[in-house]
Design a protein around this ligand. Structure first.
Ligand SMILES: [Zn+2]
Length: 388
């Protein structure tokens, strides 16, 4: 059996340049091969083009309960960043390990893959699931496919730990991300004759102003949340439209998003915006041009990790070695945890490394973090050996 320690394993994983825009299949092939050496039952789910795959592996008895350890395989690009070392070659300097994905989040995956060598599969009373997704960094596009497929083929696990970098503190709730494209299709006309057309930009401006008002109302209702800032935020990121000042613009398009507090219904903003469009904007747009339209399509929806009133996973993970006390508890960055929670699996985020390193040039991880993570994983394995 090939046994690698966590640092060696991290070196292997970092060497696959799995930037989200590129295929992750070389990494998935290598990991699947490695996992099969431990008798894992592997399932792949694919993106539409067949260029990227999720990998879900089950080890141990085919029984309800057990634990999912979840990481994403993709990393953010290094373009335009000033790196002092090769980002895809794990490099030790002054006791720290540098490389793209070292913290976000190949460190966690490396720790669980390396510790598998110590797992006593014959002693397991509950199954272990290892989940590796694609396209997390571009909007958690892969995870739902993997979770749906797993629920159709494996019994439901009890707990999931998503190992995003939290310096081994427990995150029990985080915001949602909701990204949309809105296209206003008006009708071109000479600007001296607005009664013969419909200007798309003015209609878009009204919608955007309403989005701003929705954001301000959420800020006014800011609550006691560990998220920073402690309110739902609304942003418009890009806008395009129009051809000349004396032509009513036939089209205006804008990209916008909101990041909802963990406890807030993520549908509330989009529903309020749609109602405003139907009630206020569309009737005016269509006054002289009934064929005009306003279409909003989701680009990415990442569900929140909602606070679990029973705190099942939180209480369990708190008792594992390696996990740090305290911590923020609620954060503004989103993860794949909400997808597991939606599937009825009690979930927390807890992993090695710091989010401060994520997406930065010269991203690194402190190997002491990997040691803590190994201790947690060893305690996860011990839990799986117990039948109650
Ligand atoms: Zn991440």
């Amino acid at each position: 059996m090939n046994t690698l320690n966590s640092v060696d394993m991290l070196g292997r994983l970092v060497a696959f340049p799995t930037v989200s825009r590129d295929s992750n299949l070389p990494l998935i092939d290598w990991v699947e091969d490695y996992l099969e050496g431990f008798g894992a039952r592997c399932r792949r789910t694919w993106n539409a083009e067949g260029t990227k795959a999720n990998l879900m592996a089950a080890i141990g008895p085919d029984a309800p309960g057990g634990v999912v350890l979840s990481g994403h395989t993709d990393v953010v690009p290094v373009d335009g960043q000033d790196w002092n070392t090769d980002p895809f070659e794990l490099t030790e300097r002054d006791g720290l390990l540098y490389g793209r994905g070292s913290s976000d989040m190949k460190g966690f995956s490396a720790a669980f893959l390396a510790r598998l060598a110590s797992l006593n599969a014959a002693a397991m009373a509950k199954p272990l699931y290892l989940a590796l997704s694609y396209d997390e960094e571009v909007g958690c596009l892969g995870i739902d496919r993997m979770v749906d497929d797993a629920l159709g083929h494996f019994a439901r696990p009890e707990f999931a730990i998503i190992g995003e970098p939290t310096t081994m503190q427990i995150v029990r709730a985080h915001k949602s991300i909701n990204v949309f494209r809105t296209v206003v299709t008006g009708k071109a006309a000479h600007s001296s004759q607005p009664q013969r057309g419909a200007g798309a930009i003015l209609a878009a401006a009204r919608i955007i102003e309403h989005l701003d008002a929705l954001g301000r109302s959420r800020r006014a209702a800011a609550s006691e949340s560990g998220c920073e800032p402690p309110w739902t935020t609304v942003q418009v990121g890009t806008i395009q439209g129009g051809t000349a000042v004396n032509i009513l613009p036939a089209q205006c398009e804008f990209l916008w998003e909101y990041r909802g507090l963990p406890g807030e219904d993520p549908e509330s903003i989009i529903e309020a915006m749609q109602a405003f469009i139907e009630r206020e904007v569309l009737p005016d747009l269509r006054e002289f041009a009934p064929e005009t339209s306003i279409e909003t399509t989701p680009i990415a929806r990442v569900p929140p990790l909602m606070p679990d009133p029973e705190a099942k996973a939180e209480r369990w993970v708190r008792g594992l070695r390696g996990v740090r006390d305290g911590g923020s508890g609620e954060v503004s960055f989103a993860t794949e945890a909400g997808s597991f929670q939606r599937a009825g699996i009690s979930s927390v985020v807890c992993g090695p490394g710091s989010i401060d390193q994520a997406h930065q040039p010269n991203e690194f991880i402190d190997p002491a973090e990997l040691k803590r993570c190994e201790a947690m994983i060893d305690d996860v394995f011990a839990y799986l050996y117990r039948s109650s």
